[in-house]
Structure formats: structure tokens, C-alpha cells
Design a protein. Structure first.
Length: 153
């Protein structure tokens, strides 16, 4: 698994929305400025997150974005799979995006065996982590230096 800039920005935007979960909607310009994400790129990412059921949007002057469900219900593995695809480092060990490999004997391939263990470890950690956990981590890190008002997640 490689987390691209798109995936990183998606998680940062969700964390930003999670920190303000009680707000009605957050304008895209506010998220863009606070997280230092180019606005046009953020628009594409938030639209993708909307189609994935992670955020909702409201159009118009008073429009913006909010989480589509509570942060406790948003699993980080699901977000990454939606934005990036497979969590597996190679296609032949992916459970959701399996790709036939070129090994002569897939069942006895040492590399495949190792990468399956890596995939299982990554998947286990990301499957048990929710957006609420990420938000709590962000809040804890913010508490380290409360004088830093421009703290970016």
C-alpha cells in the first residue's frame, strides 16, 4: 500500500471535518486554507468522498461539507480503499483487488507469503482505526502546543 497525496489529503480533510463534527457545514475554502490543500484538488477529493458516503455536501452561499456519519462509524481502511484501492503492497495478496501474479507457483512464493503478512498487519491496524481515533490523536497533538493556533493536522 502506498498512500498518495490524494489519500493523505482525503484523510486530513476528514479529520478537519471530524474535529468540527458538530458544525452544520464547513466551507471548502476554510478546509483548504486550514489544511493547506489546493482548493480545486480538494473539491475533487471531497466529491469522491461524497460518492463513497463519507461526507455530505450542501450547495449555495451557505454551503459546504460535513461528515455523512459519526466519526466512530468511519473506518480508516474503508476510506483508503475507496480513495487508493488495495491495502496490499502487491496485487496477488489483495483480498478486495486481487490480481493474478506471474509466479510459477503462487502457493509457494516466498515473496507473496511475506507480502500477505504485511497486508494482514496493515489491514488489521487500519480496520480497527476510526476517524474518531484519528480526531482524538489530532486533539491530543494539538494539546502539546496550544499556542500554535495555526496548527495543521
Amino acid at each position: 500500500m502506498k498512500l498518495t497525496v490524494r489519500g493523505e489529503y482525503a484523510l486530513r480533510a476528514l479529520t478537519h471535518l471530524g474535529l468540527r463534527h458538530s458544525a452544520k457545514v464547513i466551507q471548502i475554502s476554510a478546509i483548504s486554507a486550514a489544511e493547506n490543500i489546493p482548493k480545486r484538488f480538494l473539491e475533487q477529493i471531497l466529491n469522491d468522498l461524497r460518492t463513497g458516503g463519507f461526507v455530505e455536501s450542501r450547495r449555495g452561499v451557505a454551503g459546504g461539507y460535513r461528515l455523512a456519519k459519526p466519526p466512530e462509524k468511519i473506518v480508516i481502511a474503508a476510506v483508503i480503499r475507496h480513495i487508493e484501492g488495495a491495502l496490499a503492497p502487491i496485487g496477488c495478496v489483495s483480498e478486495n483487488y486481487y490480481e493474478k501474479c506471474n509466479c510459477p507457483d503462487e502457493a509457494r512464493c516466498a515473496l507473496r507469503s511475506l507480502m500477505k503478512e504485511v497486508r494482514d498487519s496493515i489491514a488489521h491496524h487500519l480496520e480497527k482505526t476510526t476517524l474518531a481515533d484519528l480526531v482524538a490523536r489530532a486533539e491530543k497533538l494539538r494539546a502539546v502546543d496550544p499556542a500554535d493556533a495555526d496548527f495543521v493536522i
